[in-house]
Unconditional design. Structure first.
Length: 132
């Protein structure tokens, strides 16, 4: 079985957090695969810029929520591990990459309702508790 390691982030500004609409139709968080030699922090800052063009952002220390799940790609079963960090941004307007169709800044409660996957809902709840 193939394994993948990714880093994601709950990106927030004030009492709003950022959700991205993926091409397959689901709403989620900024996330991407770790490239060789990258730290988690380097990965998520690169992914944040690639997916949103955000530069004015900082990682909030002390939050790291790990999840894992399985998915199938081109007939191959993949076990994916994701570490979610917390990022504070001062930018509200973003420019999406080709990977995403839309974005929303929502309250944490609205975001928890909007995301499609239970494990992402849990990450959002924990992030909200952490910053409250």
């Amino acid at each position: 079985m193939k394994y993948e390691k990714s880093v994601g982030a709950v990106v927030f500004k004030g009492n709003k957090c950022l959700l991205l609409k993926y091409g397959m139709g689901h709403w989620g968080l900024v996330k991407g695969n770790v490239e060789k030699g990258e730290s988690k922090e380097e990965t998520i800052m690169r992914e944040l810029y690639e997916e949103t063009c955000m530069k004015d952002a900082e990682i909030i220390e002390g939050f790291n929520e790990a999840i894992d799940y399985y998915y199938t790609f081109k007939g191959e079963r993949i076990h994916k591990f994701v570490d979610y960090l917390l990022i504070k941004s001062n930018e509200k307007k973003i420019k999406l990459s080709y990977e995403h169709d839309d974005y929303k800044w929502l309250s944490f409660d609205e975001a928890i309702e909007q995301v499609d996957f239970k494990n992402v809902k849990k990450v959002l709840k924990k992030a909200h508790q952490f910053i409250s």
